[in-house]
Write a protein that binds this ligand. Sequence first.
Ligand code: UD1
Length: 336
Amino acid sequence: MSKKILLTGGAGFIGSHTYVALKDAGYEPVILDNFSNARRDVTDRLEIITGAPVVCIEGDVLDGNLLDRIFSDHKIDAVIHFAALKAVGESVEQPFEYLNTNIAGLYSLLGAMRRANVFTLVFSSSATVYGQPDQLPVKETAPRSFNNPYGYSKLVCEQSLEQIAASDQRWAFGILRYFNPVGAHETGLIGEDPNDIPNNLVPYIAKVATGELSQLSVWGDDYDTPDGTGIRDYIHVVDLARGHVQSVDALLKSGEGHVVNLGTGTGYSVLEMVKAYEHAAGRQLPYRIAPRRAGDVACVYGDPRLADELLGFKAELGLDEMCASSWNWVSRRKNF
Ligand code: UD1
């Protein structure tokens, strides 16, 4: 019997790619999503990609009664918890919404899991918990901090999971610290689709490439980096999705938890990203140099070795594939 995996936020960018990776690996994913930052037709497109009906429940992780119903209707074996808010700037303006959705949302889910005797959870964390690391590439043992309510929410969730795991051996948590997920599925049917003007670099560049936005603002060219612009560890979302399958495999097999970086170990600057995207899109992309964005750090890239050691996870797709697949997605999306 295939194992059933509940994907909260499964219609979103990372969730939808993980859905495909889980199906490919023989799991039966079940999606719960409130569609606050995902389009409803994602499920139709997942059906085209996988050739099978999608089970998707519309609702919120804060709704404990709904969670109880899902656990009893679907005999869930493990959960991957993507559902969360993730825009840093917005979190400063609306801290309650962020803390409630991200922290109370996790507690609501854990409560329902415990009532249903399901103790295996993969949690979406972020390299944001490292702030500006002292040492690069950053290792999982680096000190953690936060600069904004979003980062605080991820840190509190990680610490809560650690305390809960220490108190009861039945729990097995996979905490995955994502670096910067970009790119899209090779079919061009799913990808990142922000509702508003994108905050993140690659979705913004993509909209400049399609002509929806007129130019990119490069937030600062006076950082202590070779070209002065910020450096990040961009990882193809298809690789990242596979990391979730490997995490859930490991948890179900061993019952042992893990905390790992999901990145490539290589950093690229903003200007390198612009160049790579220009190559993919076959056009020049207008940009201007603007002041630094508040709260940004100069350079972050992760040490990927622990994920390899514990999960056998290695990112395989490079920068060209990230940009080409993103461009394929945004140029086709106009026709949906
Ligand atoms: C941001 C968040 C991080 C969160 C992640 C995922 C901040 C400070 N950090 O990461 O906590 O986990 O998103 O949502 O917001 N850039 C531009 N112009 C743009 C957009 C970005 O120059 O229009 C630059 C940034 O200054 C940075 C790089 O591109 O150097 C990447 O930015 P972004 O995609 O927002 O990711 P992070 O800042 O790494």
